[in-house]
Design a binder for this molecule. Structure first.
Ligand SMILES: [Zn+2]
Length: 527
């Protein structure tokens, strides 16, 4: 007879979903695998006492207990409840079929009470792995000790019913006789935003060229942004201000981040605000995308900025293979680590922002033309900013040290507070559009054709063409927020399209050709 169920095995700060298998036959042996013998002895002593005190039957015969995967070797006491339930199934007190799809965890007191150790921080780290593996193990309900609501709610957010028991006999009654247990309330897992979140960095950007508008577009639509300009023109400030404009973390995102930090033996401070990661330009590709070591898979900087901002300051200084490794993650929103040791997927839905000088000395695009770089060095410097990866950046922003009056646009940029309100509203509408399986917003007649012509003229790739459409959609939604229109009658107009193409400087006016021109013409703003 073989009994199978699921539980949580903790080792250090990391929680694993483990399968518990108990084999029963005639005889008198007891074998354990996947658990240190001393630890197993303590668990069995507690279970036997709890069964006897609670008047529940104890099984007899030869038993083999296995906790898999065998390499986990859990060291915590949360396996008491699932192992006790397996022993009760062998003794005939519980139908073994009911255990196969059950996830349970909890420490047993000698009198049969289930203990919830809320102080154990590692439990919070369990969520991610259980969510990831839950589908494979076909779990359909959870049973945890009473008083563990705060963390149990986060186990399988809004996917699985979670029940709370006070005593081992209550758990048996629930499983065998369907006597109802307290059920944990479902958690609503939505994005929230603190309406009065301060935006000092966004507010301090001196904006005469509509760059703040570009930042709001990037934050609202989750479009990756590239900021190019001479040193001291506020590139880093703009990149950092993006972190002020994104909504708070959801419960699931926070759990993912906690888990990924725990995998690196780091602590993620559980506040609501989003992560902002700024790896050094000399970082190795492994530190950015993640790596395997003796402890298992280690998430990199990109995964740790999940739902936040991933900032690559001085983008051309990064190693070429580090830059190339970003291609898939920037498009898909996750990282697959496939190595000889195994494979692991980390979520990485980031807003990536990269900054760069226009040339090694930084003054190629300055009005005073102080640049003394040779065309060869400029070409080499900019060579990393071409090709498929640049297509992933939908919004290109150019900053200037010296702003002429001709550049003053009629764009009235949003205040920090309004920007946050607009971004929250647009993100909610975008989520609605995605979930309603519609093809997005409609276009005014002829506008899409204009965009096709523009894209052909400028040699924009298929991916670039799609990303301009997405930015135009975001621009349309921001305008709808400003004029309080409903999304039903919205149409993407020529203005939205022009705005979206305005933030594609690398596609416009042969930007790189201009930079490579050996005649060194005075840099001029394109009309
Ligand atoms: Zn230069």
């Amino acid at each position: 007879m073989l009994i199978t169920t699921c539980g949580a095995g903790f080792r250090g700060a990391i929680g694993h979903l483990v399968s518990i298998q108990l084999h029963h036959t005639r005889g008198a042996r007891f074998h354990v695998s996947g658990l240190h013998w001393n630890h197993a002895r303590h668990i069995l002593a507690r279970i036997h006492a709890a069964l006897e005190v609670s008047g529940l039957p104890r099984p007899s015969g030869a038993l083999t207990l296995h906790i898999g995967p065998a390499h986990v070797k859990p060291e915590s006491n949360e396996l008491d409840l699932p192992i006790a339930l397996c022993l009760l199934a062998v003794a005939g007190a519980i139908d073994s079929n009911k255990l196969a799809t059950l996830f349970s965890m909890g420490e047993l007191a000698l009198d049969g009470r289930l203990l919830a150790d809320e102080s154990n921080p590692s439990r919070a780290n369990f969520t991610c792995s259980s969510t990831m593996l839950g589908a494979e193990m076909e779990i359909n309900r959870c049973l945890v000790p009473m008083g563990a609501e705060t963390w149990a709610n986060r186990f399988f957010p809004s996917q699985l019913p979670t029940f709370h028991a006070d005593h081992l006999s209550e758990a048996v009654d629930f499983l065998q006789n369907n006597i109802p247990l307290h059920r944990a309330p479902e958690v609503t897992d939505t994005c929230t935003f603190t309406d009065h979140w301060p935006t000092p960095q966004y507010d301090s950007i001196a904006d005469s060229t509509g760059n703040k508008e570009a930042l709001v577009l990037a934050a609202a639509g989750g479009h990756h942004a590239f900021i190019l300009g001479p040193p001291g023109s506020g590139k880093t400030l703009m990149a950092r201000s993006l972190a002020e404009l994104l909504p708070n973390l959801t419960i699931t995102d926070r759990a993912h981040l906690k888990h990924m930090h725990a995998m690196r033996n780091e602590v993620f401070h559980a506040d609501d605000r989003i992560p902002f990661r700024e790896p050094h330009a000399q970082s190795t590709p492994a530190s950015i995308t993640g790596a395997w070591n003796v402890l298992g898979a280690m998430p990199g900087e990109l995964a740790l900025s999940h739902r936040g901002v991933f900032c690559m300051d001085e983008f051309p200084e990064f190693a070429r293979n580090a830059i190339e490794a970003l291609r898939g993650p920037l498009e898909n929103g996750y990282i697959d680590l496939n190595r000889a040791q195994g494979s692991q997927r980390f979520p990485a839905k980031t807003l990536t922002v990269a900054t760069a000088n226009p040339c090694p000395c930084g003054h190629l695009t300055s009005r005073n033309n102080r640049c003394r770089c040779t065309p060869g060095t400029v070409r080499k410097y900019l060579s990393r900013m071409t090709g498929p990866l640049m297509d992933r950046f939908s919004i290109h922003i150019e900053t200037q040290l010296d702003r002429g009056p001709a550049e003053l646009s009629d764009v009235s940029s949003l205040s920090g507070k309004d920007a946050i309100r607009a971004i929250t509203w647009v993100r909610a509408r975008k989520a609605e559009l995605t979930s309603s399986s519609s093809l997005g917003l409609d276009w005014e007649p002829g506008v899409k054709h204009q965009l096709q012509v523009w894209s052909q003229q400028h040699g924009v790739s298929r991916r670039g063409f799609e990303s301009i459409q997405h930015v135009a959609e975001t621009a349309c939604l921001i305008e709808a927020w400003q004029h309080q229109r409903s999304t039903e009658s919205l149409k993407i107009s020529e203005n939205h399209m022009v705005l979206a193409t305005r933030f594609r400087i690398f596609d416009q006016a042969e930007w790189l050709d201009r930079a490579f021109n050996p005649q060194w013409p005075q840099y001029q703003t394109t009309e």
